[in-house]
Design a protein. Structure first.
Length: 238
């Protein structure tokens, strides 16, 4: 299922039932899982666009059931993390770029021409609108919906919709949460967290204290708290 017009390095590890179309280029030190489809002219595992890269042995790892559309580029890692990782069940649309040392978890959609700089992390079920630009080291939370054409320079907390310029919190991604089986109680609990975080007038650290003191513990509450506390670049504004 590999086109004779594609190049696949003999050092690459290709899983079962993988389709690689014409003019795709799969470099050394690449692992691609099962049931993936690499469309024409995608480039996987190329040398990173990072001047600190000195030819060290690094990797690109793609999970199972991924679709990498036309002209997608995914570069290998650097000495910083050693590998660029794309998890399972991800759709990366045409002309997207995933730079060195990025970590993409599972069930992510990157719409056309989205560009991730180095060491970006994207959590499960995030949807990133087309033409979005993401600054290096940013963290995008799970279950978010990000408006097309956005510029992301701070972390985007989970479960929300983000839009405007500069990028801001625009409410919960309620449609996405409903589709993924979140209960009304879970959604209301998430809403309570974000009311305090974005609408109480408290600064971030005080809001986190108030959330912890007044909102019962849950996986969703605790994920948001941990995410915001770990946000070295800070989070987007309300």
């Amino acid at each position: 299922m590999i086109s004779p017009l594609a190049y696949v390095s003999p050092k690459a590890q290709i899983g079962k039932n993988v389709t690689i179309d014409a003019f795709a280029y799969i470099d050394d030190n690449v692992i691609i899982g099962d049931n993936c489809h690499v469309f024409p002219s995608a480039v996987i595992g190329a040398v990173p666009q990072d001047l600190k890269f000195k030819g060290e042995e690094t990797w690109t790892i793609i999970g199972d059931n991924c679709v990498l559309r036309e002209f997608v580029t995914i570069h290998r890692g650097t000495a910083s993390k050693g590998k660029t990782i794309v998890g399972n069940n991800n759709l990366i649309m045409a002309y997207c770029h995933v730079a060195h040392d990025c970590i993409l978890h599972d069930n992510i959609i990157m719409s056309n021409a989205t560009q991730l700089a180095g060491e970006v992390e994207v959590d499960d079920f995030a949807i990133i609108g087309g033409g979005t630009l993401v600054h290096q080291f940013c963290h995008i939370g799970g279950h978010v919906m990000i408006h097309g054409g956005s510029k992301i320079s701070k972390d985007v907390p989970p479960y929300i919709m983000a839009a405007r310029d500069p990028l801001a919190y625009c409410g919960l991604n309620s449609v996405g949460l409903n589709r993924r089986g979140f209960t009304p109680e879970q959604i209301h609990g998430i809403q309570d967290v974000y009311r305090l975080l974005y609408q109480s007038g408290l600064n971030t650290s005080k809001a986190l204290e108030q959330i912890e003191a007044t909102i019962p513990a849950s996986p969703e509450r605790d994920y948001i708290l941990a995410f915001v506390r770990a946000a070295s670049r800070g989070i987007i504004k309300g």
